[in-house]
Write a new protein. Structure first.
Length: 436
């Protein structure tokens, strides 16, 4: 109670004093003038101090800006030095890694010239001798590494487009690519062409354009694709074949199969360019065609032997293999896809020996299937076939622009005829292939 009384007395006293001062200033002119002078002096002092303060603040601002510029330049200089050292270290390490990879590839190429171990589940044909224990051990290590991680598979699509722009064709191809790669990664590379010579290949009168292929490309999502030109000096082998096999060229169909073999190599060369861009090598390179429908699922990569090239079929006691699809481990891909090099590398002794030259032309130029098998043997590459043949059908285009599955050459006609019946409504209604 006493504290409240004291507080009340204090505030009441302050109030009385304030009232007294107010009335004193109001009714005392001298005191009022004095207070006005004091206020003016205080204002002058405040203005002078404000000007000095602003000037001081500007000086501080200029000083800070100067020092910040110095600090920023120092930091940028140090960052440039750090970037140079980092680039130097990365370049050095990448160079060492590249040398190591080159040495490993060289060792693998040297070892791959020997025969590889016979697979248990795949029919095999090879002409090489037995391997060393170390070589077999090396192959087992590679196989274990490939199975331990997800495979990176390049699907190299080459050949004549024919009816490959039809949805039922490219949708079937996409489904089988996804099945074959499994949990790995697929990289599709398309290097396709229109029919080169209607005199030899009478189907597909219309030349398809990039716009015609756009729906197929959008669905397949290739890493790279292009249509080869209709005419090219590279695709005209007449002079080379005449020189190698005689002007009559009576020992085979070299001029007809040349574009097909040359397309394989062009597609493979694009695979190498994409490897350079991606910064790694593929584990497998699989050759497929743009005009083929698979009536049975193609084999999954991880079910195949990584030590040999696998074809969908072997014929005539190993003298011919199916060219519609093959699976090549990366270390064998270059030799397989470069079968056309046989034209350029006929040994000199065969040029002088008429009989040997005749046999070389006869063996290599009869058809693509025999050219492939001949290449496998000449390079001593182990190759085999899948346990069951992959059932395929080529979808052609008649001269009137109507597409059709060519079931005439299929052994299991009933399955192919059922598929052809499903494709018939689309083939009869589309104008995609009709000549203008």
């Amino acid at each position: 109670m006493s504290s409240f009384r004291n507080t009340f007395v204090f505030f009441f006293s302050v109030f009385i004093i304030g009232v007294f001062l107010l009335f004193s200033v109001r009714y005392n002119p001298e005191l009022s003038v004095r207070s006005t002078e004091v206020g003016s002096k205080l204002k002058l002092i405040g203005d002078r101090n404000s000007s000095e303060l602003l000037l001081r603040l500007q000086e501080i601002k200029s000083l800070l800006e100067t020092r910040l510029d110095v600090v920023a330049n120092t930091v940028l200089s140090r960052l440039d030095d750090f970037e140079e050292r980092l680039d130097s270290q990365i370049g050095s390490r990448l160079g060492n890694l590249e040398k190591k990879l080159d040495n490993d590839l060289l060792k693998r190429k040297r070892m791959s010239t020997n025969e590889k171990p016979k697979p248990e589940s795949i029919e095999r044909t090879s002409s090489s001798s037995t391997n060393s224990t170390y070589d077999i051990h090396f192959q087992k290590i590679i196989a274990a590494q490939l199975k331990a991680r997800k495979p990176r598979v390049a699907f190299c699509m080459s050949g004549a487009i024919r009816a490959g722009a039809s949805p039922f064709v490219y949708e079937n191809i996409k489904t089988n690519i996804d099945h074959a790669v499994g949990n790995g990664t697929a990289y599709l590379i398309m290097v396709v062409k229109n029919e080169r010579d209607e005199r030899l290949l009478k189907y597909s009168r219309k030349r398809l354009t990039e716009d015609d292929l756009k729906p197929a490309v959008d669905h397949l999502k290739p890493l790279y694709w292009r249509i080869l030109p209709d005419t090219s000096d590279e695709l005209n082998p007449r002079d080379l074949i005449n020189k190698a096999c005689g002007r009559s060229n009576k020992y085979g169909m070299a001029e007809q199969i040349w574009p097909q073999l040359f397309g394989w190599k062009q597609c493979y060369e694009e695979v190498e360019r994409q490897e350079f861009e991606l910064g790694f090598k593929f584990d497998w390179v699989v050759r497929i065609r743009p005009d083929v429908v698979y009536l049975s699922p193609i084999y999954a990569i991880q079910s195949l032997d990584p030590n040999l090239v696998t074809f969908s079929g072997i014929f005539n006691n190993g003298s011919a293999v199916s060219d519609k699809i093959w699976y090549a481990p990366r270390r064998y891909a270059e030799a397989v896809f470069s079968t056309v090099d046989r034209y350029f590398h006929i040994p000199k002794h065969e040029w002088k020996d008429t009989k040997a030259l005749t046999e070389a032309c006869k063996e290599s130029h009869l058809n693509p299937e025999m050219a492939l098998a001949s290449r496998m043997k000449s390079k001593k590459i182990p190759y085999g076939a899948t346990n069951e043949k992959i059932l395929t059908v080529i979808v052609r285009v008649r001269s009137d622009g109507v597409c059709f599955p060519d079931c005439m050459r299929i052994s299991r006609r009933r399955i192919c005829d059922e598929f052809a019946a499903k494709a018939e409504p689309y083939c009869n209604s589309t104008d995609l292939y009709r000549p203008k």
